[in-house]
Design a protein around this ligand. Structure first.
Ligand SMILES: Cc1cc2nc3c(=O)[nH]c(=O)nc-3n(C[C@H](O)[C@H](O)[C@H](O)COP(=O)(O)OP(=O)(O)OC[C@H]3O[C@@H](n4cnc5c(N)ncnc54)[C@H](O)[C@@H]3O)c2cc1C
Ligand code: SF4
Length: 509
């Protein structure tokens, strides 16, 4: 039998990944490589690089213990070729292998590199997902509107999760309207389980500190799970302590609490330490045992078998140019405050500070603070996309790009979102405690103390009237704007213009 190489990428750390399932332990060599190309094509948060390298080293050791032959390259190995394809060619020469088995990468960039590699490469479907590309394309075909909700219902039927025969459990598909409680300040969430770095992780931390210490983000303290065993502990911890209140406070934000009742499991699911289905099954079991309410459980599994699968479907269905879409023609550069530059906005400042510290911010911070501000300010979507790809530990293009380009920036013209996710300060004030200590006043609409979200919200609606005037879901917004007297509208627009000018001049806003 011809010896083959079996490529396992840093986000494919599962024994169930397609290439390993098809490989032959006796003849094939597993190739795993920490390479400069992948670590440096954007300036990833140091915690993200450390998570992936530590988890890769430990997964490689587990494969070896299980009898696999593994050719592992560390980033600082002198012979390291610096790229995935370069490493495959080097290992092919060493072993005499003439073919490669690979599981499809989650990014067009790398898929293309493997497709055109000068060695025969079989790219297998990544079946760690619930819907295959073909299933998603069949679902999407001929639809005028590709709303997530209908896709999600199909995924419920397919998996049988929270189904009572062919009906949804509790007779309702979606409990979202029960999941919008504001945080009242005295919530006492447990937060995610933390793990002490062992010797292997410490080695990686040393390497990352020396090579990537200048990237945006704090490397220490580093407390992510880096093995499947630890990730399973983190899952059990969340199901017990976070899930019961996950639904109620899903959209809430608190300055003093970075995680609230969120799972912080996306980094582990996305690199393969946990499977999406087992995470949902654990939640549904808690519901069946009477340990979690239906609104929390349904809300949670919807994020995974609904949103997560749907985002992947969109990324692959739309093709590689999706990340460059910009229907609103936004051109502004990403302001320095996204890199920790000073800002008077308590909410955005906190979201960026959390991101720097944890390589994490929860969904509402990503969507309604950093995302909302970038959209209102008219930042070029590809720059926003690159920022999100760099700064979050769970950021892989197949899931990050549709969330940013589609959901958050409306740059795809409404494939994902039926209207742009924009809000004035009132929404942020309702859902958080940020406004209390802010330099700006959330109730002030014009003048120096006016909340920037208030000014930019109307500026956004006004400058994009042609794009949105016929959007039924935005009619109320335009009616409110049009009802304001003209002098007030002019003042809002003038103040918003002045704010944007100050932003462009690098002044603190
Ligand atoms: C602008 C923007 C950028 C984002 N970038 C990423 C990204 O790079 N990687 C990423 O995994 N998620 C991304 N998301 C989605 C979501 O914010 C994160 O999945 C979530 O915050 C991860 O934290 P958690 O595990 O605590 O999630 P929870 O809130 O506890 O949700 C549970 C799980 O549901 C899944 N999930 C929830 N929302 C989404 C969603 N919109 N898309 C896909 N999966 C979802 C995740 O697997 C998550 O672990 C982004 C969202 C926005 C608005
Ligand atoms: S007043 Fe405006 S800028 Fe300040 S925290 Fe509230 S929403 Fe954010």
């Amino acid at each position: 039998m011809v010896a083959r190489l079996v490529l396992v990428l840093g986000d494919q750390l599962s024994v169930d990944v397609a290439a390993l399932r098809q490989a032959d332990k006796a003849n094939d060599t597993v190739v795993m490589a920490e390479v400069a190309d992948e670590a440096e094509y954007v300036r990833h948060h140091p915690k993200k690089i450390a998570l992936i390298f530590a988890a890769m080293r430990k997964f490689a050791a587990e494969l070896e213990t299980d009898g696999w032959r593994v050719a592992y390259s560390r980033l600082d190995d002198p012979d390291n070729a610096g790229s995935i394809v370069g490493e495959l060619l080097r290992r092919a020469e060493e072993t005499g292998a003439q073919e490669v088995l690979a599981t499809e990468p989650g990014e067009w960039r790398l898929i293309d590199k493997l497709k055109y590699a000068p060695i025969k490469t079989h790219i297998l479907n990544d079946d760690r997902f619930i819907a295959s590309h073909t299933e998603f394309e069949t679902w999407a075909e001929g639809r005028k509107s590709m709303r997530m909700e209908y896709f999600y219902r199909d995924m419920r039927r397919k998996t049988g999760l929270l189904m009572d025969g062919d009906k949804p459990e509790g007779d309702k598909w979606n409990y979202d309207h029960e999941n919008r409680k504001a945080a009242d300040g005295d919530l006492c969430a447990e937060g995610p389980l933390k793990f002490e770095p062992d010797e292997i992780t410490q080695d990686v931390l040393g390497l990352v500190e020396s090579r990537f210490g200048d990237n945006f983000g704090d490397l220490y303290p580093f407390d992510f799970a880096t093995t499947r065993k630890e990730a399973l502990q983190a899952l059990r911890h969340f199901v017990r302590h976070g899930l019961p209140s996950f639904g109620d406070y899903q959209d809430a934000m608190l300055k003093g609490d970075a995680f609230l009742y969120h799972a912080v499991l996306s980094p582990y699911i996305n690199i393969g330490l946990l499977s999406p289905l087992e995470v949902c099954e654990a939640a549904v079991k808690a519901y069946a045992d009477g340990d979690a309410p239906i609104n929390a459980t349904e809300g949670f599994i919807r994020q995974i078998i609904g949103w997560r699968e749907y985002m992947r479907g969109i990324y692959f269905q739309q093709g590689s140019a999706y990340t460059t879409r910009n229907v609103l023609k936004h051109k502004r550069d990403l302001p320095a405050l996204y890199w920790g530059g000073e800002t008077h906005m308590s909410c955005v400042g906190d979201a960026v500070a959390r991101t720097r510290a944890n390589a994490y911010a929860h969904h509402i911070q990503r969507l309604m603070l950093t995302g909302n501000f970038a959209l209102l300010a008219g930042v070029e979507p590809t720059q926003v996309h690159q920022w999100y790809l760099e700064v979050y530990a769970d950021a892989f293009e197949w899931v990050e790009a549709p969330n940013v380009i589609g959901m958050s920036q409306f740059a795809d013209g409404g494939i994902i979102a039926s209207k742009p996710y924009v809000s004035s300060g009132a929404y942020i004030n309702r859902m958080s405690d940020y406004c209390k200590g802010c330099h700006y006043s959330v109730t002030v609409k014009t003048g120096e103390k006016a909340c920037p979200f208030n000014l930019l919200y109307w500026h956004f609606l006004d400058r994009h009237r042609d794009q949105f005037k016929n959007n039924a879901r935005m009619g109320n917004m335009y009616r409110t704007w049009d009802r304001m007297d003209e002098a007030k509208r002019n003042r809002v627009l003038e103040d918003a213009d002045a704010l944007l000018k100050r932003l462009d001049a690098g002044e603190i806003i």
